[in-house]
Design a protein around this ligand. Structure first.
Ligand SMILES: [Zn+2]
Length: 378
């Protein structure tokens, strides 16, 4: 089972495009959009319940009611017009119809993601941010996370996603061939369209517009032809970090996002993802848990040890990427729920009797499962 976990729901894309056959058309390339299954599969989560939770379910009717609501996913009050999304909107106001058509007809926004996913497999020569402005912090935080959580993490690879791959004809061609299943000849035509678009439309900023790299993700490694062996990896897009810098969270956002993605690597290893097709409530569960893993590490005295002012900032990092896509299998939780999950992780670290003790990743997950029904009523 392959897993690709993206930071936010807004640019969710399907992994199946990598293995499925992609139809070629002259005018438009559409990667398979994340399937919008509205199937409310309440049973999918039950097999993963923690024993403590199972016990509570049997004994406490009120708790049982909360769980039922969590599993059925009832929409809660939600507003995802966050400063981060507003900022991204302002970055798109100068896009001409020509630029929009060029971007859509070449599926340009997904190319850096696929390129990083398939071809960035080595930790060597990585830099983060268009000018390496996040390199030092991310490298340090990554080492720190490897030490903090008790999983096998030495083989996880941390790599960057840069929009400047859109200027590189060779990279464009190999991505069109392998991610979209195009022939070499068609891939070359599309690659030239991308390069032409960058020359024609200055608003695309030569590929360095944040929209092209507005995400981060964790991938569970796999071996499959024609891709070869892809290691467990975390990919950090320049655009999402630039966006947080622009709205005032430069101090904490890169580390918070990285720690969230590291939380997914913990989940891969501990097999915390439910089997079977994704559901909105299943995705929400693992995303909120990753937020909590992140907040616990960021606050813990032996983690990033962030003090209250920075805690308040990183809580806002999670608020900003909440979404209201209740029926989408890419639903990550509302801004309020993501805040609540991160706040819970922070409090767990901050209120611990023994500040020097780090919970095991498994213990942490068990505690989270008990807390989840409360978090999703918010
Ligand atoms: Zn995530």
């Amino acid at each position: 089972m392959k897993h690709l976990k993206l930071l936010s729901a807004s640019l969710a894309l399907s992994f199946t495009v990598l293995t499925g056959c992609q139809k070629e058309t002259d005018s438009t390339l559409e990667p398979n959009a994340a399937s919008q299954s509205t199937q409310q599969n309440a049973t999918a989560l039950e097999g993963t319940l923690d024993p403590t939770l199972t016990q509570l379910l049997k004994s406490d009717p009120q708790f049982r009611d909360m769980v039922r609501r969590a599993l059925a996913l009832e929409p809660t009050p939600c507003d995802d017009d966050t400063p981060l999304n507003q900022w991204l909107g302002t970055q798109l106001t100068d896009w001409t119809p020509g630029a929009r058509t060029a971007v859509n007809s070449t599926a340009m926004t997904n190319l850096p993601t696929y390129d990083a996913l398939l071809y960035e497999n080595s930790p060597q020569n990585q830099y983060f941010g268009p000018n390496g402005e996040y390199t030092q912090r991310l490298t340090k935080a990554f080492k720190d996370l490897q030490r903090f959580w008790n999983i096998e993490s030495e083989d996880i690879v941390l790599v960057a996603m840069h929009g400047n791959m859109l200027q590189n004809r060779e990279k464009l061609i190999r991505t069109y061939v392998n991610a979209y299943g195009l022939s070499n000849a068609s891939a070359a035509i599309y690659a030239d369209r991308v390069i032409n678009a960058l020359k024609t439309y200055p608003e695309l900023r030569n590929g360095n517009h944040p929209i092209f790299t507005f995400n981060a993700f964790a991938l569970e490694g796999f071996t499959e032809e024609p891709f070869g062996t892809i290691p467990d990896k975390i990919v950090m897009g320049d655009g999402i970090m630039q966006a947080y810098t622009a709205i005032g969270y430069n101090d904490v956002a890169p580390q918070a996002i990285l720690a969230h993605e590291f939380g997914h690597q913990v989940q891969f290893q501990l097999k915390l993802f439910p089997e079977g097709p994704s559901t909105p409530e299943g995705t929400r569960r693992t995303e909120l848990m990753a937020d909590a893993y992140s907040a616990y590490y960021l606050s813990h005295a032996r983690g990033a040890a962030m003090q209250w002012k920075r805690v308040q900032q990183f809580l806002q990092v999670f608020v900003n990427i909440g979404d209201c896509s209740f029926t989408s299998t890419g639903h990550h939780g509302t801004p309020t729920q993501r805040l609540a999950a991160a706040q819970w992780g922070y409090e767990l670290a901050n209120n611990a009797q023994k500040q020097g003790h780090i919970l095991s990743a498994q213990e942490f997950a068990s505690l989270f499962e008990v807390e989840l029904p409360r978090l999703v009523t918010m």
